[in-house]
Design a binder for this molecule. Structure first.
Ligand code: URA
Length: 234
């Protein structure tokens, strides 16, 4: 990579302005001053500006995927099941899913190379609301729904208050919009199980204001810069 491009990728300034650093004799490669703009930087070269080591800022990858059911969210699975990473064909970087959707659940999944963002989003202190569509056999009366909204005990710990709204009752099934601000293991399924109701379909449709739309099952795209900024600030 040309020296001015390298310096720009270190976040110092624009490529043009970085040329000035070189011409002013402020740049060294492996301890030797560089003044030629045509100088190339190799992979193992150490570059300094005014004696300070500089390194290119790593560009992270941020993807949004519509996870299909039948995939796990781990890098490798003890039962050899397909993983969401098997769906990513055009990237060679070490990408990992942010949090998990269980094997049978589909919908919005973020994948990234940015460990800091992943940790922040999945930290228990982060209460970003996650919206799910849950389909359940039969009807559920208001009293039972209220119980779920106020919190039920899972593994000895009460779930936080959540929002649950009936969307429709059709062909013997109820569809609910469920908004939770935690990420406990199989939480939505287990909440309904606690009132003896089985979730037969579960899809995450939003994380905060980030919505799943325009992606078929198994498809993914890069997040737009404004979406990445949003996730970094929530
Ligand atoms: N709740 C579940 O039951 N499963 C998920 O994958 C996410 C939330």
């Amino acid at each position: 990579m040309r020296i001015n491009k390298y310096l720009a990728e270190c976040g110092l300034s624009s490529r043009r302005k970085c040329e000035a650093f070189v011409l002013e004799g402020r740049v060294k490669i492996n301890g030797k001053p560089v003044t030629q703009l045509s100088t190339e930087v190799g992979n193992n070269d150490v570059v300094t500006v005014d004696g300070n080591k500089v390194q290119p800022i790593k560009k992270h990858i941020y993807l949004i995927m519509n996870k299909p059911k039948g995939y796990v969210c781990t890098a490798s699975d003890e039962f050899n099941r397909k993983t969401v990473l098997d769906l990513i064909k055009d990237r060679s970087e070490r990408i990992f899913p942010v949090g998990r959707l269980d094997y049978d659940t589909e919908g919005l999944l973020i994948l990234t190379t940015d460990g800091d963002l992943a940790n922040r989003l999945t930290h228990p202190r982060n209460e970003i609301p996650k919206t799910y569509i849950a389909k359940v056999e039969g009807e559920i009366d208001e009293a039972a729904l209220e119980k779920l909204r106020n919190g039920v005990i899972l593994d000895g710990v009460k779930t936080k208050k959540c929002r649950i709204k009936l969307i429709e009752f059709k062909e013997g099934h109820s569809r609910f919009e469920v908004v939770i601000s935690e990420g406990r293991n199989r939480q939505v399924r287990r909440m309904f199980e606690s009132i003896n109701k089985e979730v037969v379909f579960l899809k995450r449709v939003a994380i905060g204001d980030l919505k799943l739309s325009g992606l078929n099952r198994g498809e993914y795209r890069d997040l737009y810069p404004e979406e990445v900024n949003y996730l970094k600030l929530v």
